[in-house]
Design a protein around this ligand. Sequence first.
Ligand code: GTR
Length: 423
Amino acid sequence: MNKSVFLLLCIVMYLSIIPVSAQKFVPNYDESKIPAYTLPDPLIFENGSKVRTEKEWEKRREEILRIFESEVYGISPAWKGKIIPALLSSEANALDGTAVRREIRLTLKNGSKELPLVMLLYLPKTSERSPVFLGYNFNGNHTVTDEPGISVTGSWIRNNVSTGAAGNRASEAGRGKEASRWQVKEIISRGYGLATIYYGDADPDFDDGFKNGVHGLYDQQPDDSSWGTIAAWAWGLSRAMDYLETVAEVDPGRVIVMGHSRLGKTALWAGATDKRFAVVISNNSGCGGAALSKRVYGETVGSINESFPHWFCENFNKYNLKEELLPVDQHQLLALIAPRPVYVASAEEDQWADPKGEFLSCVKASPVYVLLGKKGFPDTGMPPVNTPVVGSIGYHIRTGGHDVTLYDWKQYLDFADLHLKRK
Ligand code: GTR
């Protein structure tokens, strides 16, 4: 064997021992290496004709929604079941007497199948019906504040040293560990309520072949466009909304759906599929959330499908390493929310989530807001850090990493005040 054949053989052998994933999905963080791409125009129908009126937009909206369902998140079933609420606890003087706190078990009942979700609800003390933020938490309701009365929730939980979960069980050790991400006192002091549910109650975050969580409420043979876990979580938020509509102290016209990271992707999909959410907030949602997929920057379609095969529908795999073939991109997800206000937040150190791709989504969703009579989002390039751009679409990039901080909450509260506060 001559020397060069031997060398070639060595290279082939070396490549065969690197896992396929490492060969395929190397993240790009270099703007100059972004492929040339064309974004689908939200205001042009699939047949090429232009959307000119609000009425035509409604048709186009359906068209885009159907593509996101069949190619990205999967189709969620219609809900024809019952929700049976049961009050588990009630505290009239929570948070130093400033709030009312309740825990409510919501049993979703579909024929003979049932699933319990436990909602933690904080409401400000006021005689008016309150606007409420609704969002899932990552580690159990008891991690959201350090108040001792909240029961430890978490039917299946990710093992997580920082929140004291072990053996996939939430524990007392996690109490208050996520409080900085929720800022309940600030939310209450600004006149808003907070409703939160542990996300794994709605669907445990692992690939189980569509059996557990809300998937289990249906007898379903999953196919390539069946609802993935993000769609299942979003569907669960709509069930939470069904319940909030029945709570006397809650203003159902002012429910703000909010989520961080994978739950930010979830909040956006919930806002796109359920028009009852008055405002939608995406915190560091990145790939499959607010970031444009066709930029192929940071986390990509292929890498997210490989790491989290249960999040999206099977069809989404068609676009692994082939983002150019995607018939939609994430600016259209924001456009589906129009004319309702949507806020997208990025973090400077969270390049994995592609802050610029999140910003550009706002820019590219803007024409739909303009068509619907709202002020557009200015295309003036990335704003400086900690300098929100606010209209019907809001955006900021803050200093720091992948997280939800008091700074983020202050912007969300200001945004909610701007759009929902009763004058
Ligand atoms: C990461 C994932 C992101 C984001 C994040 C999270 O591992 O790659 O898409 O969703 O998890 O949810 O914390």
